[in-house]
Design a protein around this ligand. Structure first.
Ligand code: SF4
Length: 381
């Protein structure tokens, strides 16, 4: 088994942990013992091994939101990024506290769709297309349904809830779009944000032609040709993207195939459509985990997603040869902000009776956001 580790990535082996890192890991384990059932640590797949080793549950944003909703723990420490902790706070009870070890751990994609920009786009599109807001529509009207990717602020989830819309993740985006089109009416459309690539790849997989899609760049004046394109589109895609997944290219896939004629390529749908088309399979992080586990022993697989997850897959599957599609890729810089020292700090403060770094979604935003999240959780595909 070989592993292409990036120049900038950490060494994931225990042997490589310094004495300071080992001391931090031991202290975290002690504090976990002390906090007992009052504590639940959730870890996203993109977290480094020195965090994952402490996680009670590991998953993608969809699975973790479900697990948070089912948990009874008083303190949920979310080792992921800000929008995930917000969703966990919305889905858990008032007695539970959601804690983010580093408050600066955001997501550049989520930041690409600000509420005021979405509100401006919404009004403009309704006015220029004649589509109706589902919250104010009559039976038989053609509507614009807002769909936001999980990777967005609670304010945007609330916007979707209040306007008859829904949240999706990369695990359930097709099921969510089907839900939306059932409510949009015959000539209705979906406004999908913030990730254009997940939206476009999902639309293509459902048979929506590219000429019935438009990309929406905020703060940009549109001419009549662009409005005509928007009017005939079933899917209007916000211009956002993931800075990690946009680094994967078709050229990398071709190079991998040239070197490994029987090699297999699997990528995340946050990659561009050309990369998704060139790959053998694409899907959420949970899909990628299952896909890799199903391959025959000896298979050589290139994976187009975040390096911590790829390295962990490689370490877990000794029977396979797994590498990252982009040999020099770095970890997601914001996921990487959850350093073990920050996890240790919040646990120390919890033991002392403090509630550090609590994520509290404002009451006014909670109800609409919960509605949009509950609609998503009711969809099983
Ligand atoms: S991997 Fe991309 S979408 Fe996920 S948290 Fe990092 S920047 Fe955001």
């Amino acid at each position: 088994m070989t592993l292409s580790l990036p120049m900038c990535a950490i060494d994931f082996t225990d042997d490589a942990m310094s004495s300071e890192e080992l001391a931090i890991a031991e202290r975290i384990s002690e504090l976990k013992e002390q906090l007992g059932d009052d504590l639940l640590i959730l870890g996203h797949h993109y977290q480094r091994d020195q965090i994952v080793m402490h996680a009670d549950l590991l998953g993608d944003s969809f699975l973790l939101s479900e697990l948070a909703a089912k948990s009874k723990a008083k303190n949920i420490v979310f080792c992921g990024v800000h929008f995930m902790a917000e969703s966990a706070d919305i889905l858990t009870s008032d007695e539970q506290r959601v804690i983010l070890p580093n408050m600066r751990a955001g997501c550049s994609m989520a930041d690409m769709a600000a509420l005021n920009e979405v509100e401006i786009a919404w009004e403009e599109i309704l006015q220029k297309t004649g589509l109706r807001d589902p919250a104010a529509a009559n039976e038989g009207d053609s509507c614009l349904i807002p769909v936001t990717y999980m990777n967005s602020s609670a304010a945007l989830k609330d916007f979707c809830g209040r306007h008859g819309g829904i949240v999706c993740t990369s695990s359930n985006a097709a099921g969510v779009l089907e839900w939306a089109y059932e409510r949009a009416g015959q000539k209705g459309a979906v406004l999908f944000f913030p990730d254009q690539h997940l939206g476009r790849n999902t639309g293509i997989s459902m048979g929506i032609p590219l000429d019935q899609m438009a990309t929406w760049t905020p703060n940009e004046r549109k001419d009549e040709v662009e409005w005509e394109q928007i009017r005939k589109s079933k899917l209007i895609l916000w211009h956002g993207f993931c800075s990690v997944h946009k680094r994967f290219t078709v050229q990398q896939i071709e190079e991998f195939r040239n070197n490994n004629p029987n090699g297999i390529v699997v990528v995340h749908p946050e990659c561009t459509k050309d990369v998704v088309n060139a790959a053998d399979a694409n899907g959420s992080t949970e899909f990628i985990r299952r896909f890799v586990a199903q391959q025959e022993a000896g298979s050589h697989i290139a994976v187009g997603t975040e390096i911590n997850m790829v390295a962990r897959l490689n370490a877990t599957h000794e029977e396979l040869e797994i590498e990252c599609l982009e040999p020099t890729i770095c970890p997601c810089s914001t996921m990487y902000m959850i350093h073990p020292a920050y996890l240790l700090d919040v646990l120390e403060r919890l033991v002392e009776g403090e509630i550090p770094n609590q994520i509290v979604v404002e009451k006014e935003v909670q109800s609409g956001a919960k509605l949009a999240l509950d609609r998503m959780l009711a969809i099983r595909k």
